[in-house]
Design a protein around this ligand. Structure first.
Ligand SMILES: Cc1cc2nc3c(=O)[nH]c(=O)nc-3n(C[C@H](O)[C@H](O)[C@H](O)COP(=O)(O)OP(=O)(O)OC[C@H]3O[C@@H](n4cnc5c(N)ncnc54)[C@H](O)[C@@H]3O)c2cc1C
Length: 412
């Protein structure tokens, strides 16, 4: 995605935000109303939402030279239905609301997307029991799902194998995440917001416990350039895999967080057959750290497989893991027996921002919900932690929620 011409942090502020430079005089005057750290899809959505408020100014701080170059461009681009998480979880409410907002925005703004639908396929009785639990849970929380019979399955997707049964999610789809982020950035700027690219936040001071705002220090430029500070009345931490580091800059030691990283490797598929028009997910058993090595489609209808789950020590560990291929092949062959294994190759990977080594599905032990909260004792500091899947789907609803936390508007 092409970045707009990038001015330095300080220059951007002089140009676009309220140009009241921080000086030693008291009381401290804020330079901007809202500072959002991180221009992934969530930070972009949040910044755009806040920029619509009358009489405010919003700056979006991003260390890279373009938006969405980390997790937001390393995922499956699936608009999730909201099937998997507990009834009262943020993941459920924000995914369902976010999905509706996403389809609506994409339709209105011509952002490429397809309501592909998704099949959860079971090969064994144990997997079928798991798939039926998903179906029952979906009915319970009001997300549409239906069972697909053998005949219908054979007619619609003859290449897909499901020995024990299929649950269909009719509201699942895919979105071109890059087009979405380009739109969000453009709309944010049209609303008067300001992007500061090549701006790495290195330190944050809560002034008078945040009551006088947050002094944000950042390094501008690619090679560690000029260091500058601004003061923001409110601070939104949307730094993805590095959100714990931002958290730890603001909060005292006993509230520091440790990040965990679950890498997922994707595999490309070069052959034109077999083919499907729906997304295919194996039914996953409890405790799995992802949703299984599934089959998704890109906007051109090309198949891709993944991601798997591999715990790693660094968020920069972005080399696809070759030894994962053999394991993934077994999972893929189970639901797509005609797959040409010679046409499968390592593609890319993404890293899930985790707050512990727990599972990613359903409620119960090991479940970690999104954390989206104004931190106690730090007014105006909103933390977004553990924004893993379904973060892309939920992004517009997360933005609404952050605005609600800061300004008391409607929350989903
Ligand atoms: C393998 C995988 C598959 C997924 N599939 C799906 C899916 O199909 N559907 C779905 O809904 N969700 C999916 N997700 C989840 C989704 O991709 C994420 O929830 C979403 O992209 C998170 O966006 P973000 O803006 O929070 O984080 P990011 O995209 O990681 O953005 C954070 C930004 O903060 C910036 N930053 C960090 N530190 C600093 C700093 N100190 N100073 C300035 N900037 C900083 C980074 O450079 C980065 O650009 C998937 C995730 C993974 C890993």
């Amino acid at each position: 995605m092409a970045a707009r011409p990038c001015l330095s942090f300080s220059r951007r502020l002089r140009v676009a935000a309220r140009p009241r430079w921080f000086s030693c005089a008291r009381p401290v005057q804020a330079d901007v109303t809202h500072a959002v750290v991180g221009a992934g899809v969530v930070g972009l959505a949040v910044a755009r939402q806040l920029a619509a408020r009358e009489g405010t100014s919003t700056i979006l701080l991003e260390r890279h030279d373009a938006p969405g170059t980390e997790t937001s461009s390393r995922n499956s681009e699936v608009i999730h239905a909201g099937l998997y998480y507990g009834r009262d979880s943020l993941k459920t409410s924000l995914c369902i609301r976010g999905k509706e907002m996403m389809y609506d925005l994409c339709a209105r703004q011509g952002i490429p997307h397809i309501n592909t639908k998704k099949w959860i396929v079971a090969q064994t009785e144990e997997q079928w029991a798991a798939a039926q639990r998903v179906h029952a849970h979906a009915q319970d929380i009001g997300v549409p799902t239906r069972l697909v019979g053998r005949e219908e399955a054979q007619h619609r997707e003859p290449d897909v194998q499901a020995l024990a049964g299929i649950v269909e999610s009719p509201t699942t789809g895919i979105v071109d995440s890059h087009s979405l982020m380009t739109y969000l950035q453009g709309d944010f700027e049209d609303r008067g917001g300001d992007c500061a690219f090549l701006t790495r936040v290195t330190d944050i001071e809560a002034l008078n416990g945040g009551r006088d705002g947050y002094r944000i220090t950042a390094q501008s430029g690619s090679g560690g350039g000029e260091t500058t500070s601004i003061v923001a009345e409110t601070l939104i931490n949307s730094a993805g895999n590095f959100a714990c580091a931002i958290n730890n800059m603001v909060l005292p030691d006993d509230r520091h967080r440790t990040p965990y990283y679950a890498k997922g490797t994707y595999f490309s598929y070069a052959a034109s057959r077999p083919k499907t028009s729906v997304l295919v997910y194996p039914a996953t058993l409890p405790g799995h750290g992802g949703l299984g090595t599934h089959l998704t489609l890109d906007m051109g209808g090309r198949l891709r497989f993944g991601p798997d789950v591999e715990w790693v020590d660094s968020a920069d560990d972005l080399t696809p893991s070759p030894d994962r291929l053999q394991q993934a092949l077994g999972e893929i062959r189970a639901y797509l027996p005609g797959v040409d294994t010679d046409a499968i190759a390592l593609d890319y990977c993404g890293i899930r921002p985790k707050l512990g080594r727990g599972g990613a599905v359903n409620s119960g032990t090991g479940f970690q919900d999104f954390i989206i909260q104004e931190e106690d004792g730090f007014p105006g500091f909103v933390n977004l932690l553990g924004i893993e899947s379904p973060g892309l789907t939920s992004s517009l609803a997360i933005a609404e929620r952050v605005e609600g936390i800061l300004h008391g508007s409607r929350q989903p």
